[in-house]
Design a protein around this ligand. Structure first.
Ligand code: R5P
Length: 287
């Protein structure tokens, strides 16, 4: 079995290769003079079980992932599993206005042309799964977050919106502490109103848990509310650290600690999703 890593997922690929005791294929990458991407998978993958790992955060990441899929498929592998720890373009999982594409469908269907199975982590919306004709597994991450925070004396887990409450509730119950969510209402395209539940936050250590941090607006607003209510330590944690517009630098000024997983590799990736991906691969490695 071989793992073929995209340039966005070296760490998680190495961790997964260790867990599964399999090889990592080399990939030669360069740019043509006109800046188009060139790559070449440096391994004979004929009749091998192959896992391609990479996230699709940027347009460039998507091109690289598609080129890897084609490069591997041309080798006639025995099986091909597409592992996409961070599935970008997933926010547009439906049409909000006429004339819009459904971007999560576009990419899912493109992968369907190559892979036998797709594995991703905490998709923005499970509607994306329905666009796939091949098995598509969406892994929920709880245990590695629990292991990371279990000794940090957290008093409450709080989701910044009701959509993330189930994740907070499950983690809270594992940690043996209450979980809440912030009432978040969008007033207009620029204004979001957030209201904390009526609890005692004085001197409490809070874990703010979200699926994704992008501009950081949500986490910063939630942190400010908690500070106004005299919370003690505030740990901000998300599965995916997108950190648009370098929001990590702003968030760090407000929170005591910022932690994300390695679905997107950043200096805050203190939690790995490799074990969970390995378990889902081991469930049925043959496709
Ligand atoms: C909202 O539905 C999500 O769960 C996140 O709270 C949101 O996408 C975070 O975005 P930002 O960091 O830009 O506030």
């Amino acid at each position: 079995m071989y793992i073929v890593p995209s340039s966005t997922a070296y760490n998680v690929s190495r961790r997964l290769a260790n867990i599964l005791s399999c090889n990592i294929s080399g990939v030669i990458r360069k740019r043509f003079p006109d800046n188009e991407m060139y790559l070449r998978v440096n391994e004979n993958l004929n009749d091998e079980d192959v896992i391609i790992i990479g996230n699709t955060r940027s347009d460039q990441d998507i091109i690289e992932y598609l080129l890897l899929l084609d490069a591997v498929k041309e080798e006639s592998p025995r099986s091909l599993i597409a592992v996409i720890p961070f599935f970008g373009y997933a926010r547009q999982h439906m049409r909000y206005n006429n004339g819009e594409p459904i971007s999560s469908k576009v990419f899912t269907q493109a992968i369907n042309n190559y892979a036998d199975k797709i594995i991703s982590v905490e998709l923005h919306n499970e509607q994306t799964l329905k666009y796939s004709k091949i098995p598509f597994i969406n892994i929920k991450i709880i245990n590695p977050i629990y292991n990371y925070f279990r000794d940090k004396k957290i008093d409450y887990v709080i989701s910044p919106d009701d959509g993330g409450y189930e994740r907070a509730r499950i983690l809270g119950s594992k940690l043996g502490i209450p979980a809440y969510y912030i009432d978040k209402k969008r007033i207009d395209s620029k204004t979001v109103k957030m209201e904390l539940p009526d609890e005692d936050y004085n001197g409490k250590n809070i874990l703010l848990l979200d699926d994704i941090i992008s501009t950081g607006g949500t986490i910063i607003k939630a942190t400010k509310l908690l500070r106004e209510n005299n919370a003690n330590k505030i740990y901000a944690c998300a599965i995916h650290g997108v950190f648009a517009l370098n929001s990590n630098e702003r968030i760090e000024k407000y929170v005591d600690e910022l932690t994300v997983t390695d679905t997107i590799e950043t200096k805050y990736s203190n939690i790995t999703v490799a074990d969970d991906i390995a378990s889902s691969l081991k469930d049925k490695i043959k496709v």
